[in-house]
Structures are given as structure tokens and as C-alpha cells.
Design a protein. Structure first.
Length: 483
């Protein structure tokens, strides 16, 4: 039996060079954090972009880079800055990302981006061929690499290929606006199994296949030439044990072992008894609804002024895709909103919003998760949203309230959370009030259900189910061909 080859644009570590020294830092984002746990537990090779462009890489460091990546079980695809501009900042993040998250007005249809996307997808496909054998299983990830399955299939007709999309697949009416819609579908159809987080995304994809390329689709199988392609939903889980154990370790720390962040959080609690911390954590991305959330928070304080000085909103936003204009605009908007609201409402004892714009180490995330009474996540669209799951996993005493947008894939599995429409300020203000006052036994009862489900359907189970289904599919496919 061959090995598993994982392939994604983002590797689990990002390489950076500072003062001539190579550093590997963990990648942020659901794909990297989720797959990292799968990768470290098994026998796999992970192929992707190192985070450095050719121009950033002195030749004499090439060997060190390969060595650093090898230590993490990874191999690199080399990309120059022009390729990164057209493929990553361009087609991936200025065309597909906004379109698939229903931000049609942000989506740019540029031939140059498309050409570079094709060329770079071919580079990834070539890297797979170079680093794998016929009997290996190839698992391709996400919207940056949608042409790769077909490109590999052309050279390796009998190899087993799975594809998983970590973002929403939009409805046919949205997807049909893409000038290269048929090519994208054909690229994906090089796979044996195509996975989505939810049944809705799966349905949208099948509907596009039927209506745009007129293929024969029966239930969740697509018939193409002499192949059967299976489409299914696999909601991604988290490394439950990792978060749980980290939270337990956090609980057992003595006063001297606390981090500076934890001391600040504890001081807040000590100085304002009865007050509550509301947490939100996201990449700084317009799909996450950060600006709307801040406006909704202001509205909550206007509607229920008795909560002034009783709540504090912590916003942790990790810098993301900062070369894309919409992300720059959002950064400015969030800075201004936080500045204005804090300026208008702060008192000697109270700052309504604590805003951190940076990536934080894992231990600091745990400090935040375990210290916050409420997590408030309001994406306008989100493929899954793992932060919601991570928050629940760290609540060792089962206290805490999760307020979650119904537009997040995770909302489908987290019915015991308080689900909200992020565009409805009235509902959110009332929900914040409800969360603030929720009796402890109700919190415990809701979180007991949520934790059980997260523990059972963890990321390992998710990956195993995908791989099992992929192998099963290939066996059936072989039988189908030989009939
Ligand atoms: P997305 O994949 O769109 O970024 P998710 O919520 O699914 O959204 O995944 C985000 C992942 O990134 C989570 O695993 C979370 O722990 C991690 N993360 C988010 N913000 C930070 C941060 N500031 N520092 C470090 N890790 C972060
Ligand atoms: C989402 C996408 C991933 C991506 C991550 C971080 O989770 O589904 O493919 O890696 O965001 O974005 P970035 O552009 O930094 O890779």
C-alpha cells in the first residue's frame, strides 16, 4: 500500500528569513491547523508553498529550506512573486474567495489571474507526480488548487485522488457568473471523491455539475466517461484532545506560571466583579463580519446601557492577505471603528473593546478561550469556523456561552449554541443579553452536548472517514471499469 500525499497551497509551517536566519512559524487558518493534527499522526508527505517567494530566497539557503521542511514531513513547490501575485493574491483571493463567500461585488474576473492560476496549478500537479508513485493516495485541499485533480489524472489515470473544499461551494446562481466555471468543475472532476463541509455545499456543487456541464448525476455520484465520482459531506472536526489537555494544563497552573496576557485577563476580572468577557477570534477577513460585529456591539450598548462597564469585547484579528485591497480597507475600517467606540464610551475604569491585530501563540489562544465567558462569532459566510469548536473544547468546567452565526458551516452541528443572523442587530443585542444572564446549569447542559459531539467527531475521525470513503470509492470504481 502506498503513502498519502497531502497537497495544499499553505503548508502547516511558514518559512521566514530574518537577518539571514531561517524561521519556521505555524500557519494560521482552519486547513493548516486541522490537517496538521492529521499529518503529524500518520505517514504522509505534505506538498505546498513554503511562504517564501523565489526572490526572497538566497540560493545558499535552498538546502536549509528543504531540510527545515523535511523535518515537518513537507516538500515545497517553488513560486516566484509574479506567480504569487496572479495565483494567490489574484485568482485565489480576488476571484474565487469573494465569489464563493457570496461577495460577488468584490470578485474580479481577470484573464491574467486565471492564466497564472492554471500555470501554478500545473506546477503543483507536477510536484505531485515527481514526489509520488502510482499506488500513493493523493489528497488535494482547497480552492487554490481546484484544477490539480484533473491535471494529475491526465498523467496518472489510475491513481486515487481525493479533493476537499474548505470553503463554501456557492449556489449555482452565484457560481455561474464565473467566466471559467466549466474548467473549474472539470478540474475537480479529476478526483475520485470530492468532499465538502456541509450537505448544502455538496448540493450546490452537484447542481452546478448538472446544469453547467450536463453530466449524469445520480444521488451523490457523477458519471463521467468510464469513471464514477463520489461527492459527499464531511464536517471537519478539531483536535479535541489537544485543546482539552491544553485547557486542563492551563487550569492547573499556579500564579507564578501565568502569562502576561493571563495576568491582564485575571486583573480585569478582579477589578470588575460580575463583569463578563466576550471573545471573538478570526483572521482579519471581510467574510468574518468583524466590522458588523463591532457595530452590533455598539448597538447592544445603546439598547441595553446597563451593560456598560459590565462587558468587554476582546477582538483578536490575525493579519491576512494584506496585499489585497479589500483586506487593507477592512483593516482601516476596524481600526477606526474600535478607535471611535473606545473614544466615545471609555470611562476611567473601562475600555469597551480590547483589540489585538496579530497572530498569537497557541498558549495565548488557550488563555483567551478559557478566560472568556462568551464567544461571539459572526461570519457573514464561513465554510466551517473551527474557532467555535475550539472555544467549546477548552471549557473544562462546561461553563461559557457560544453565540454563532448561522452562516458558518459549524452551525449545522452546533445547535446548542445561540445561533444568530449576523445582519440582525436587534437579535444580536438580545442574544448578548441572554448570554450574559444564562444560568450556569443551562450553559453546562448545552456544552455537555456540544463537547460530546466534538470529542466523537474529532479531526482524526474526519480524516479517517474521508480516506475510508476514498479507498472504498476506488475499489468500486475499478469494478465499474472492468465490467
Ligand atoms: P479560517 O480557516 O477561515 O481562518 P477557522 O476558524 O476555521 O477560520 O480557523 C482558524 C484557525 O486559526 C483556528 O484553528 C484558530 O485557532 C487559528 N487562529 C485564529 N486566529 C489566530 C491568532 N490570532 N493566532 C493564532 N492562531 C489563530
Ligand atoms: C482558509 C482557507 C485556507 C487558507 C486559510 C488561511 O482557512 O480555507 O485554504 O489557508 O484560510 O488563509 P491564507 O490565505 O493565509 O492561506
Amino acid at each position: 500500500m502506498g503513502k498519502t500525499i497531502i497537497i495544499s497551497n499553505r503548508l502547516p509551517v511558514q518559512l521566514q528569513i530574518s537577518n539571514g536566519t531561517l524561521n519556521a512559524i505555524p500557519s494560521v487558518g482552519g486547513l493548516a491547523t486541522g490537517m496538521k493534527s492529521v499529518h503529524s499522526g500518520g505517514e504522509s508527505l505534505w506538498i505546498g508553498w513554503s511562504g517564501l517567494t523565489d526572490e526572497d530566497t538566497p540560493e545558499d539557503l535552498e538546502d536549509d529550506i528543504d531540510k527545515a521542511l523535511k523535518e515537518h514531513g513537507c516538500a515545497k513547490v517553488k513560486l516566484n512573486s509574479e506567480e504569487i501575485d496572479g495565483f494567490y493574491y489574484g485568482f485565489s483571493n480576488r476571484t474565487i474567495w469573494p465569489l464563493f463567500h457570496y461577495f460577488l461585488k468584490y470578485s474580479e474576473f481577470e484573464l491574467n489571474y486565471w492564466d497564472t492560476y492554471k500555470a501554478v496549478n500545473q506546477k503543483f500537479a507536477d510536484a505531485i507526480i515527481e514526489n509520488s508513485d502510482e499506488d500513493d493516495t493523493i489528497w488535494v485541499h482547497d480552492y487554490q488548487l481546484m484544477l490539480v485533480p484533473q491535471m494529475v489524472r491526465e498523467k496518472r489515470p489510475n491513481t486515487t485522488i481525493g479533493f476537499f473544499l474548505h470553503i463554501p461551494f456557492p449556489s449555482f446562481e452565484i457560481f455561474r457568473t464565473l467566466p471559467w466555471r466549466e474548467e473549474i468543475l472539470e478540474g475537480l472532476l479529476g478526483s475520485d471523491l470530492i468532499g465538502f463541509h456541509t450537505y448544502d455545499y455538496e448540493r450546490h456543487f452537484l447542481s452546478s455539475v448538472r446544469r453547467l456541464i450536463g453530466l449524469d448525476v445520480s444521488f451523490n455520484e457523477i458519471y463521467l466517461d468510464n469513471r464514477v465520482i463520489k461527492v459527499d459531506s464531511f464536517p471537519m472536526g478539531i483536535d479535541y484532545k489537544k485543546f482539552r489537555d491544553a485547557a486542563l494544563k492551563h487550569d492547573s497552573k499556579n500564579t507564578e506560571e501565568r502569562s502576561d496576557l493571563q495576568i491582564r485577563l485575571d486583573n480585569h476580572k478582579a477589578s470588575s466583579p460580575g463583569s463578563k468577557l466576550i471573545l471573538s477570534i478570526d483572521r482579519l477577513d471581510y467574510s468574518k463580519g468583524i466590522a458588523k460585529r463591532i457595530n452590533a456591539f455598539e448597538y447592544f450598548l445603546q439598547k441595553y446601557p446597563e451593560y456598560k462597564e459590565k462587558v468587554r469585547l476582546i477582538i483578536l484579528a490575525v493579519p491576512s492577505r494584506s496585499n489585497v485591497p479589500q483586506y487593507q480597507l477592512l483593516k482601516r475600517e476596524v481600526d477606526e471603528l474600535v478607535g471611535r467606540i473606545n473614544g466615545e464610551l471609555s470611562t476611567v475604569n473601562w475600555t469597551p473593546i480590547w483589540y489585538f491585530y496579530r497572530s498569537l501563540p497557541f498558549e495565548s489562544l488557550i488563555d483567551l478561550y478559557t478566560s472568556s465567558d462568551i464567544a461571539w462569532l459572526t461570519p457573514l459566510r464561513d465554510g466551517m469556523n473551527l474557532v467555535a469548536k475550539e472555544y467549546i473544547a477548552t471549557r473544562t468546567d462546561k461553563s461559557g456561552v457560544l453565540i454563532l452565526s448561522e452562516m458558518a458551516g459549524s452551525a449545522y452541528e452546533m445547535n446548542e449554541a445561540l445561533l444568530i443572523n449576523p445582519n440582525n442587530f436587534e437579535q444580536q443585542a438580545d442574544t448578548l443579553k441572554r448570554a450574559f444572564n444564562m444560568p450556569l446549569d443551562e450553559q453546562v447542559s448545552r456544552n455537555t452536548f456540544l463537547q460530546k459531539r466534538l470529542e466523537r467527531y474529532n479531526v482524526e475521525v474526519w480524516a479517517n472517514e474521508f480516506m475510508r470513503s476514498l479507498k472504498e470509492k476506488r475499489e468500486l470504481g475499478k469494478a465499474f471499469i472492468s465490467e
